[in-house]
Write a protein that binds this ligand. Structure first.
Ligand SMILES: [Zn+2]
Length: 383
């Protein structure tokens, strides 16, 4: 019922009874419970058809907040959002994920406390915590599994770490999955199949299939950064293999090649800044990176048949160059049936995609029918 009220499908008690097929007395009882928990409120009368107008119910998106952290390899963004995934306060910081879980999470915890004070909310208002990390995650337990660029994080339980500080659900996912979720929910909810590609320090993708994130059996789905490219046998990847996509076209690889060419760059953001400033060498390199990416995406398009490919990450922000290279190769190499309706676009949420996706992941979890029922029952048992 909360779902129907949230998306505006049914906003009066009579509508709810019609849509759910439940007895009006049952509907009234459940609406009372939602009102008591302040998850909905009475927003006044609806269009009158004569007689007393029925009361319109609205979702109370101020009924709590969620804490979200999008931890990147070198840069992090934290946010507090309301229950409509609207950020209320945000902070960004250069932070090396390789400092390890204790140092990084201590910082995250300090920032969450500061942000809560800033918007005058307390720990009691927090409904959940969502964390995105730049590596594979066992989604069920919230543990990073052998993440190549996160030394010290292998098997570390983030939910356990937060459990001593907050009594709320803690969900952890790969950062690219969160970006895919954020972009899909915000801008592409009407389509079922979307591929989000993050081109930052490394390269990864998040798959939305049938309207849901496809994580695979172990949470490793979409890890396209280590797919092998042809004709790049001379490039050794940090994973130990040769010719990996991210060793050829990732931001870190481009920064190293620019430095070798006498142009100062140490991160993917430096590369993006150089392209924006019109540096011809950097521009040429990003265009070539787009073609390399296009080679892999052409296979992904044949395999997954998405309706839209969204390019995000630091290099996604200089998308003209990157997209030109990607489109050139994808359309030449993919099946006509798969590319007929295919759109390749830049992320509209930019570097906020991760925190918005994190908020959405949490909100869908804590407002799911099962979670709401449990919450209401728990309160009933306590009373
Ligand atoms: Zn590799």
């Amino acid at each position: 019922m909360l779902q129907l009220i949230r998306d505006g499908t049914a906003v009066t008690r009579a509508d709810l009874a019609r849509r759910t097929g439940l007895a009006r007395s049952t509907v009234a009882q459940r609406v009372d419970a939602l009102l008591a928990h302040k998850l909905v409120y009475e927003a006044g009368g609806s269009e009158s058809t004569g007689g007393r107008p029925p009361t319109v119910l609205a979702f109370n998106h101020e009924a709590g907040v969620v804490l979200v952290a999008d931890l990147g390899a070198t840069h992090s963004r934290l946010a507090i959002a309301d229950l409509a995934s609207e950020p209320l306060a945000e902070v960004t910081q250069d932070l090396d994920i390789a400092l390890g879980p204790e140092a990084v999470l201590d910082w995250v915890q300090d920032q969450f406390a500061t942000l809560l004070r800033k918007i005058k909310r307390s720990v009691a208002d927090v409904r959940g915590i969502g964390i995105g990390v730049p590596g594979p995650v066992a989604f069920g337990t919230g543990q990073p599994i052998s993440p190549p660029i996160m030394p010290g994080w292998d098997g570390f339980s983030l939910p356990n770490w937060f459990a001593t500080r907050y009594d709320v659900p803690v969900l952890v996912d790969n950062d690219v999955n969160l970006m895919a979720l954020g972009e899909h929910w915000t801008n592409w909810r009407g389509i079922e199949h979307l591929l989000f590609v993050k081109v930052g320090t490394g390269i990864g993708s998040g798959i939305v299939a049938g309207g849901h994130i496809h994580r695979g059996a172990q949470g490793a789905a979409g890890d396209i950064g280590h797919i092998r490219l042809h004709q790049h046998e001379d490039v050794i990847c940090r994973c130990g293999n040769i010719g990996c996509l991210e060793a050829v076209a990732g931001g870190r690889a481009l920064a190293i090649r620019l430095t070798d060419a006498g142009i100062e760059a140490s991160t993917s953001r430096d590369v993006a800044d150089l392209v924006r400033a019109g540096n011809p060498t950097a521009t040429q390199m990003v265009r070539e990176a787009g073609r390399a990416l296009g080679e892999v995406l052409a296979e992904c398009v044949n395999f997954l048949n998405p309706s839209v490919i969204v390019i995000g990450g630091d290099l996604g922000q200089v998308h003209e160059q990157l997209l030109a290279g990607i489109r050139e190769v994808t359309f030449r190499r993919s099946l006509p049936l798969a590319t007929g309706e295919l759109q390749t676009v830049a992320s509209q949420l930019g570097d906020r995609a991760g925190v918005i996706g994190g908020a959405i992941m949490l909100i869908e979890h804590i407002l799911s029918p099962a979670a709401i029922d449990a919450q209401i029952q728990q309160a009933g048992a306590a009373a």
